[in-house]
Design a protein around this ligand. Structure first.
Ligand SMILES: C[S@@+](CC[C@H](N)C(=O)[O-])C[C@H]1O[C@@H](n2cnc3c(N)ncnc32)[C@H](O)[C@@H]1O
Length: 284
């Protein structure tokens, strides 16, 4: 059974599905449209309990899912949406024990999703040029996953990833920044064989650059690009139809696999080919 404790961030959710994040603090009071409730009345309740404010408004008190938390946490940089976070984890195959390098940390949405996926034995190293973004992201991550995770499994480097990557034999490189093509040469030397490169980009010219950079390197195969659209539906009596509004565009995901190719075969001149092959060629 999950019971709420002082210091925890919970969501108050009304019948319309609106979320109000609240960090519980013993002795504090939550105010909402002229109504109140003491935090002490929530601390110790079970996840999912319904509560009533001073004038009768009702809310469910819920521990936010990771997706809900990322959508409502304070932002510096634009975050990735849950639809993209989930696909990135699957397509980059972020698994327990993985050693991941990412850039930049932004508001920390992708970082915390990957920290969750790499588990106790995995590690995420995040390159970020902006110190203020890094600080906010770490606070966001700690607010959901706890302090132990940012000390044990996360290393934030305040460095420009275009200049290079310090880690060796990395399992995955995941990039959400404007010019991932500049990281491709570093990925060749720092990704382990079989490792995965993934970039998330909002525009087509950026995708063209990263795909061209990957194709220039014989060290990458299986280069693919895709996007995903998530459309919610209205199900209300006879009104069963897609919702009128949606996030129609977020970005394109490009993935590539680091491989070790055999040396290229030298073309064989006809006079050097074995006799049997020469006969076949001549007949044709
Ligand atoms: C779109 S945000 C990342 C958002 C993040 N993935 C999230 O889900 O919250 C891009 C971040 O990359 C950082 N950045 C841009 N260029 C960089 C570089 N060359 N090296 C490291 N970080 C960089 C920016 O400061 C910004 O924080």
């Amino acid at each position: 059974m999950t019971l709420f404790f002082s210091g925890e961030t919970i969501h108050l959710v009304n019948a319309k599905g609106d979320h109000y994040p609240l960090t519980l603090k013993a002795g504090a009071v939550f105010q909402f449209s002229g109504e109140t409730i003491a935090h002490d009345a929530i601390i110790g309740l079970e996840d999912g309990t319904e509560i009533t404010l001073s004038r009768g408004s009702r809310f469910y008190v819920l521990k936010p899912t990771l997706a809900e938390y990322t959508l409502h946490m304070p932002r510096g940089a634009q975050i990735l949406y849950p639809k993209d976070l989930s696909l990135i984890c699957m397509w980059a195959d972020i698994h327990p024990g993985a050693a991941v390098v990412e850039a930049g940390i932004g508001s920390g949405a992708l970082t915390m999703t990957m920290l969750n996926a790499v588990g106790e034995k995995g590690r995420v190293v995040s390159y970020e040029i902006r110190e203020d973004f890094a600080r906010r992201a770490v606070a966001n991550i700690e607010g959901y996953l706890g302090k132990a995770i940012t000390t044990d499994r996360l290393l934030v480097r305040q460095q420009d990833i275009y200049e290079g990557i310090e880690e060796e034999e990395v399992d995955r490189i995941v990039l959400d920044l404007p010019e991932p093509h500049k990281v491709v040469p570093h990925a060749v030397s720092k990704l382990r064989s079989g490792g995965i490169f993934l970039s998330f980009l909002p525009t087509v010219p950026q995708v063209e650059l990263v795909v061209a950079a990957l194709r220039r390197e014989s060290a990458f195969s299986d280069i693919e690009t895709f996007e995903t659209l998530l459309r919610t539906w209205n199900i209300d009596g006879r009104s069963v139809r897609p919702d009128h509004r949606m996030v129609a565009h977020s970005g394109f995901i490009t993935t590539a696999r680091r491989v070790k190719r055999l040396p290229k075969k030298e073309p064989v001149r006809p006079e050097e080919a074995p006799l049997s092959e020469r006969e076949t060629t001549e007949k044709e």
